[in-house]
Design a binder for this molecule. Structure first.
Ligand SMILES: NC(=O)c1ccc[n+]([C@@H]2O[C@H](COP(=O)([O-])OP(=O)(O)OC[C@H]3O[C@@H](n4cnc5c(N)ncnc54)[C@H](O)[C@@H]3O)[C@@H](O)[C@H]2O)c1
Length: 332
């Protein structure tokens, strides 16, 4: 297995929302990136998306204009998977969430990628073991689950499949640190990995509270953005219990667990809204109304808030400093 210092060229397979943001992130950290999609127009759209993402990051003072241009120049695009992976030292896959498509791509990676490289997948929830089954080298297949938007979100889950080697998991965690991200190590290939297990547990109770008329969607969102989110950025829920005293949480759990949602299927308000076509921002209505033409402003408002918070977090990848060659200088 390679050492993280030996990685200089990274192949990113799939150039949609995630692949383009992942390519941008690696390039901004100083890596040479080969971004692959099957069609030239996908690759053109990816370049445009990256340039637009970078403009916002530069405006926010998180990246210099020169560093952004240098990073863009480090991304080469190709429609040929074999060419994308030739001589690379790490592969990051972001094709659609369909096991057949993942199999097709991983079988091709098995055929063309150098033997010693990690083959990582950005699957949101497909089994790492099932994806690795398309290869003759399951020991190098690792879940590398980025969050959307990938060029901004600090954590990346690193998931061990049933046959993944320790060295492959360690290398992927090291690489995440090198690009200034926070690797979240997930030791079992379970549905939802870690992030979505935590997120959906909270989502289920948020929906329950709204359905019961206990609080409005606005009140639920405020409780998180003004309170729980702030607290959890300082200390996670398990340390929080240590600080507050386990006996207190034990007592609360004793009477509260039974009152919380234990829904086994997504019925109720979520299913009703989906059935009614109220699927959120792009549809003009979800839990809130989005007047025509306001979608971009809603995304920009979210990103502006994220930029402010990222500045406060002072992560290496978001210091506003030029990033070329950062992978050689950032301590892991
Ligand atoms: N969008 C999200 O919020 C999000 C978040 C985390 C992880 N993911 C995961 O990332 C992966 C990609 O999601 P996305 O949102 O970027 O999807 P997307 O549809 O935006 O992009 C997928 C890209 O893969 C290309 N593609 C399709 N078949 C291909 C093939 N055989 N070879 C090469 N390229 C191919 C498509 O043209 C498209 O450009 C999925 O596994 C998804 O579950 C998505």
């Amino acid at each position: 297995m390679l050492q993280v210092e030996q990685i200089e060229d990274i192949a990113v397979i799939g150039a949609g929302v995630m692949g383009s943001g992942i390519a941008q992130t690696f390039a901004q950290a100083g890596y040479a990136v080969r971004l692959q999609a099957r069609r030239e127009d996908t690759l053109r759209a990816a370049r445009d998306r990256i340039a637009k993402n970078q403009e916002a990051v530069v405006r926010a003072g998180l990246l210099t204009g020169t560093a952004a241009r240098d990073a863009l120049a480090r991304i080469r695009t190709t429609t040929d998977l074999a060419e994308a992976v030739r001589g690379c030292q790490f592969v990051s896959e972001s094709v659609p969430e369909d096991l057949n498509v993942k199999h097709e791509v991983f079988a091709a990676l098995d055929q063309h990628a150098p033997r010693e490289v990690v083959l990582s997948t950005d699957t949101s929830g497909l089994s790492i073991g099932a994806i690795a089954a398309a290869t003759t080298r399951p020991e190098v297949v690792v879940g590398f689950h980025w969050m959307n938007p990938p060029h901004l979100m600090p954590p990346i889950e690193v998931i061990r499949g049933p046959r993944t080697a320790d060295a492959a998991v360690d290398l992927t965690c090291d690489l995440a640190r090198r690009i200034g991200r926070v690797p979240i190590r997930v030791e079992k290939d379970v549905p939802g990995f870690l992030w979505n297990r935590l997120q959906l547990a909270l989502v289920r109770e948020a929906l329950h509270v709204v359905e019961q008329g206990i609080a409005s969607p606005e009140a639920v969102d405020q409780a998180i953005t003004a309170g729980l989110g702030l607290r959890w950025a300082a200390v996670g829920p398990l340390r929080l219990m240590d600080l507050g005293g386990l006996a207190t949480f034990h007592a609360i759990a004793g009477y509260l667990y039974r009152d919380l949602s234990a829904a086994q299927t997504p019925k109720g308000i979520l299913a009703d809204k989906v059935a009614a076509g109220e699927t959120g921002l792009r549809a003009g209505r979800g839990f809130y109304a989005y007047p025509a033409g306001s979608a971009d402003a809603s995304i920009a408002a979210r990103d502006a808030r994220l930029f402010e918070l990222l500045k406060l977090l002072r992560l290496p990848a978001f210091q506003g400093a030029p990033l070329p060659d950062a992978h050689r200088s950032v301590e892991s």
